[in-house]
Design a protein around this ligand. Structure first.
Ligand code: ATR
Length: 285
């Protein structure tokens, strides 16, 4: 990497930010496409967010990704929002055009593109989604945008499920339920796909969301967790012969969409995926 006086600077705001895979992925993308730019981590404490955003304007940082805990709070410091960022109330990508900052949310588009790549059809399908956090909002929005006929949202905290239902209900048929074994079992008989947006499955001793032996044959199971690459949910789905998709594609494509917003160039998704696989799983399969 050759840094000169003309090199553009991009970065990610997070707190903490040390675990972020975006610098690796975006620098590999810049290099592959021949964009003269670098991408660096910025650990921004919540109380310094406003100053940090003004620093982006002052320093001419060309673009940002935004992660926990700043995705919602950054909005008040930006000049414009994309329709999706506005609806979801969260920003994960910022573009700086001559000091004017526009916030985007590429999670939903990233999720959709990853499903297209996997050949998963959404049109007219019924989806059962677990989780009602920030990720659940984006994924639920994406599922409706992709044409699902019914979205069933199940969450441990029912109030949060209701909030997601209220937000997304304007966009399609959304029904919300508390996380209860008997409810899930009834819903499983109805649906074409199961999507996990909760953090359950990241740690080896996590509980199961429901009895995974009840996963019906023939459904598609998507888990947005990418580490481990195969959660107990996905493992059970594969054992049933179901199509099983993990979250690596969503991670790659949310980054790819951000890259395209910043540079106007097509993102080198294969390169981006390869560097992530090497880092996360120790080699390309
Ligand atoms: P994110 O922005 O990544 O979605 P989040 O807002 O913290 O993160 O949401 C985490 C999701 O995982 C929530 O849906 C949470 O359920 P609650 O709203 O009931 O907290 C879900 N989750 C985390 N641990 C869980 C567990 N042990 N069982 C069921 N759901 C769990």
């Amino acid at each position: 990497m050759k840094i000169t006086g003309k090199t553009s600077v991009y970065g990610i705001f997070g707190y903490p930010v040390k675990h972020s895979l975006s610098p690796l992925m975006q620098n590999a993308a810049f290099e592959e496409v021949g964009v003269d730019a670098v991408y660096v981590p910025f650990e921004v404490e919540p109380e310094n967010l406003k100053e940090a955003v003004n620093g982006v304007r002052a320093l001419g940082v060309k673009g940002l990704n935004v992660t926990v805990p700043h995705k919602e709070r950054i909005i008040e410091h930006l000049d414009y929002l994309s329709e999706e960022a506005e609806l979801l109330g969260a920003v994960n990508t910022v573009k700086n055009e001559n000091g004017e900052l526009t916030g985007y949310n590429t999670d939903a588009e990233g999720f959709l593109r990853s499903l297209v790549e996997e050949g998963v059809e959404l049109e007219g399908k019924k989806a059962l989604m677990f989780g009602a956090g920030g990720a659940g909002r984006a994924v639920g929005y994406a599922l409706l945008k992709g044409g699902v006929s019914f979205l069933y949202v199940v969450n441990r905290n029912f109030q949060r499920a209701r909030e997601v239902g209220e937000l997304l209900g304007k966009r399609g048929n959304v029904l919300v339920f508390p996380l209860k074994e008997s409810t899930v079992e009834t819903l499983l008989k109805e649906v074409d796909m199961i999507v996990n947006t909760t953090s359950v499955g990241m740690k080896p001793d996590d509980p199961h969301l429901f009895d995974y032996s009840k996963i019906p044959e023939g459904v598609t199971v998507v888990d947005i967790i990418y580490n481990p690459p195969e959660t107990p949910l996905l493992k059970a789905a594969k054992e049933k012969g179901c199509k099983a998709v993990n979250g690596l594609g969503m991670l790659v494509y949310q980054g790819a969409v951000a890259f395209e917003i910043w540079t106007g160039k097509k993102a080198p998704v294969e390169t981006m995926r390869e560097v992530l696989e090497r880092e996360l799983y120790g080699g390309t399969p």
